[in-house]
Design a protein around this ligand. Structure first.
Ligand SMILES: [Zn+2]
Length: 462
């Protein structure tokens, strides 16, 4: 399958814009916009201003900063389309994960570098400053009179506690639209276009175990009185069966119906050590995208350095469980906490506290924009579109979908899963993926506008 003639024409225009867009991407990567607590707020604000300036000179002349109470500003713009045309909201985020050198970076994460492979390296080059560039490029190609109404939302705290969800719920009219285009995803591999059709949710809780009133000598008392850490470990060990499948009773999961994830690519991108086996059963796609997976993400107990020969009286773990698309987050959290409270050995004291019930998301594939977007993606890449899932969660999508329930949701982007290494060291993006995603977005918006113009003409003649 080759690119269609229309896609080729748009592709030619996009290609002329790419050198300047890559320069813009590189300067954005140079701003360490980590919105986590404890990091300097100055670069985050500078990044917001830089995105504002980029959007303004890309055609969104009225772009402005939205003050998000309690958080960092979002960049927002509205560009009117032809009368009666649909409105599409383009989303990306400008904040990034931290990039400690202990992760093992080969280059300075805050100095964008072009590798010998042509990829751009640096924190945020893919996640999600590439999304910002895809939207800016789309605006530049469409010009000041886009075929549809466009809203742009570039968030400043997607990677940390987001205050934007509350803001969206309080100001739904700002986010009212016919389609959300979320450019914070990517293809399984470069050149293989993919639409993300489902996101897992995440629920979490802490489990605290107490067995003794105070620490006591492990030689004098060890052997009969259970220590809290061993009891906690026994509780946590019930989250998985012998082959490693998550087995919290009652939690839901299904088989993934779309493309599978290549095992070699998965092993490599996960940084799995040689010889370590994968756990669970079934296709990799099902394990990653449509079944639950429980993880222990922290334990409070004496450190090895501070360890002494005592029975530990108290220990706490934080458990996170990714939940399947379509699952009820409150129900899954109930099942997890009930399970953890019920499996304590030796009648030890257990206190399970709920932390979070983050909902999964499933794209309604019957939406008209989804069909248009799929065709545009196929045309831009000259290849058939795969449907993939994402193990990660984007809680904001549920807030946006509530603000505009009629809107379709398109999840895609330039962050390929094989090589981008988002959140890890040596994060990178392939400029060709950015280029094709701009082409796809321009094509999709043009055909949405064109369809609409056809309808208007039809309406005029009757
Ligand atoms: Zn992201």
């Amino acid at each position: 399958m080759d690119m269609s003639p229309v896609a080729t024409d748009i592709g030619t225009v996009v290609a002329t814009r790419m050198p300047a867009l890559i320069d813009d991407l590189k300067s954005l990567v140079g701003i360490p916009s980590v919105a986590f607590p404890g990091f300097s707020s100055d670069p985050v604000h500078r990044m917001g201003e830089a995105v504002l300036e980029l959007l303004q000179r890309s055609g969104a002349s009225d772009a402005r900063l939205l003050d998000i109470p309690g958080g960092y500003p979002a960049v927002y713009a509205e560009i009117a389309g032809p009368a009666g045309s649909p409105t599409v909201l383009l989303y990306a985020h400008y904040d990034v994960q931290p990039a400690p050198l202990s992760q093992g970076w080969d280059t300075d994460p805050w100095q964008a570098t072009t590798g010998a492979d042509g990829r751009i390296y640096g924190r945020g080059a893919a996640d999600d400053k590439s999304g910002v560039i895809v939207h800016a490029g789309t605006m530049q190609v469409l010009g000041s009179k886009p075929p549809v109404g466009i809203k742009i939302l570039i968030e400043g705290e997607e990677e940390t506690v987001s205050h934007l969800e509350d803001f969206v719920e309080a100001n739904p009219a700002l986010f009212d639209c016919d389609a959300f285009v979320i450019a914070d995803m990517g293809n399984l591999a470069v050149g293989r276009p993919a639409l993300t059709t489902a996101l897992r949710g995440e629920v979490s809780c802490t489990v605290r175990v107490r067995t003794l009133r105070y620490p006591v000598h492990s030689g004098v008392f060890g052997g009969a009185a259970p220590d809290a850490l061993v009891a906690l470990i026994k509780i946590l060990a019930t989250l998985h069966d012998a082959v490693g499948s998550t087995v919290v009773p009652g939690v839901s999961g299904t088989e993934w119906p779309g493309a599978d994830f290549d095992e070699a690519v998965y092993r490599d991108s996960a940084g799995l050590l040689d010889g370590v086996e994968l756990y669970g059963t079934g296709t990799l796609a099902s394990r990653l995208w449509s079944r639950p997976s429980a993880t222990v993400i922290g334990i409070d107990a004496p450190s090895v350095a501070a360890a002494s020969n005592v029975l530990i009286p108290e220990a706490t773990a934080k458990v996170s469980m990714r939940i399947a698309p379509g699952a009820d987050a409150e129900r899954e959290l109930d099942l997890l906490t009930t399970h953890l409270a019920s499996v304590a050995p030796w009648n030890v004291e257990v206190e399970v506290s709920k932390i979070k019930a983050g909902w999964p998301f499933t794209v309604d594939m019957s939406g008209p924009t989804v069909r248009v977007a799929t065709e545009a993606l196929a045309a831009a890449f000259g290849a058939a579109v795969e449907t993939i899932g994402s193990g990660g969660s984007i809680p904001l999508i549920n807030s946006l979908a509530q603000a505009s329930p009629r809107a379709d949701v398109i999840l895609w982007g330039a962050e390929d899963m094989a090589l981008s290494r988002i959140h890890a060291s040596n994060e990178s993006v392939d400029p060709a993926e950015i280029e094709k995603m701009i082409t796809a977005q321009v094509l999709a918006l043009r055909s949405l506008g064109g369809q609409n113009a056809d309808h208007r003409r039809a309406a005029d003649t009757t």
